[in-house]
Write a protein that binds this ligand. Structure first.
Ligand code: KDG
Ligand code: MG
Length: 402
């Protein structure tokens, strides 16, 4: 089953997506997401200029060999650009294999371990009351797990807070804007928010929170400790995670469950966190961590240490990644939760898919392969538009961790 064609499709139906389409001599095609928020064209070039020429003529059935060829066979390993490109190839090959064998991808990777996949949605508001209302809206939509982010008193804008729309896209067209940040104000306010949310919604609703890599280890420890009475499902990205050992300090001080890993690219970014049981959830994704094949390696290691999966699923991960994530989620034993930030109707029209949301959970569908496609003619009507996430400075103007 030779690969005879592969091409990269860049389109912007509300936000930029990079999609790899691989075609075999039998006329089967597979898709892989290669979107790297704010650096989309780097991955597109990596694939078009350096990977695709080496793929043509290879046997699409040899997924593991092609993965190793693109990883071990190349001098420059790891990093988000390389691993997103490898992920796209890997995902497309699993899609092809499923279609060739006439079965959903989850059946090729162990079969279903559960009936459906618990997901969490993003509720946010300009202030505390607005956030309470947003959580109520998500609960009414059926979500059993909700991430709550709020504007902070005294700060003009806060990352992760939507402008009131269900379809929230954090990347902004043009050059990056800059916001002002104060960790002190954030740490003073956040426990008040969760106290109120527990009063309002009781104990059963799963509440999550993302600190977006903004605290130092001791600040994160204080945050985790102050949130303990409100028993969060997790506290995410409490610190920038380049230094995995930061989590030792946080862990010594709090029992709030910790999640990290949406910007990790390989098992090498998280094996210490997993083996030392410094985290509870690993957030690596199909698109940024080497595809379904590599994500399964991470999950297998995590399973040994009671760490569960909780893959990133923001809007910059395309419906192709979402479909692949759901096949992964429904199959691995140590699944924890899946992030699900709804795509716009424009995006969904470009990527028709079989996955569905119902009662706070998702199901990948039973279509052979991943159950997602791309409408290339429609995609072509949305040309690439430069866009970036906002940046962050402290109140005195110093650049702060993203
Ligand atoms: O590309 C970055 C976004 O996806 C990220 O900021 C969203 O933190 C995020 C999350 O948890 O979804
Ligand atoms: Mg996050």
């Amino acid at each position: 089953m030779k690969i005879v064609d592969a091409r990269v499709i860049v389109s912007c139906p509300g936000r930029n997506f990079v999609t790899l389409k691989v075609v075999t001599e039998d006329g089967i095609h597979g898709l892989g997401d290669a979107t790297l928020n704010g650096r989309e064209l780097a991955v597109a070039s990596y694939l078009t200029d350096h990977v695709i020429p080496c793929l043509i003529g290879r046997d699409a059935r040899r997924i593991e060999d092609i993965w190793q060829y693109l990883y071990k066979g190349v001098y420059w390993r790891r990093g988000p650009v390389t691993m997103s490109a490898i992920a796209a190839v890997d995902t497309a090959l699993w899609d092809i294999k499923g279609k060739a064998l006439d079965t959903p991808v989850y059946n090729l990777i162990g079969g279903r371990s559960r009936d459906s996949v618990l997901v969490y949605g993003h509720a946010s508001g300009r202030d505390l009351e607005d956030t309470v209302a947003a959580v109520a809206t998500y609960q009414a939509m059926g979500y059993k797990a909700i991430r709550a982010q709020s504007g902070i008193p005294g700060l003009a804008s806060t990352y992760g807070v939507s402008k009131g729309d269900l379809y929230y896209e954090p990347a902004e067209k043009g050059l990056p804007s800059e916001s002002l940040w104060s960790t002190e104000r954030y740490l003073n306010f956040t426990p008040t928010l969760f106290k109120r949310l527990r009063q309002e919604f009781g104990d059963d609703l799963h509440l999550l929170h993302d600190a977006h890599h903004r605290c130092t280890p001791i600040e994160a420890a204080r945050l985790g400790k102050s949130l303990e009475p409100y028993h969060l499902f997790w506290l995410e990205d409490a610190v920038p995670a380049e230094a995995q050992e930061s989590f030792r300090l946080i862990r010594q001080h709090t029992t709030t469950p910790l999640a990290v890993g949406e910007i990790f690219n390989t098992i090498h970014d998280c094996y210490q966190l997993i083996q030392e049981q410094l985290i509870d959830y690993i957030r690596t994704t199909v698109v940024h961590a080497g595809g379904i094949s590599h994500l399964r390696r991470i999950a297998s290691l995590a399973e040994l240490y009671h760490v569960r999966t909780g893959s990133h699923g923001a809007t910059d991960l395309s419906p192709v990644c979402m479909a692949a994530a759901l096949h992964f989620d429904i199959s691995v034993h140590n699944f924890g939760i899946q992030e699900y930030m709804r795509h716009t109707p424009e995006t969904d029209a470009v990527f028709p898919h079989a996955y569905v949301f119902q009662d706070g959970t998702m199901y990948p569908g039973d279509t052979p392969g991943l159950g997602v496609d791309i409408n290339e003619a429609l995609a072509a009507t949305y040309p690439y538009e430069r866009a970036y996430l906002p940046m962050n400075r402290t109140l005195d103007g110093t650049m702060h961790s993203w």
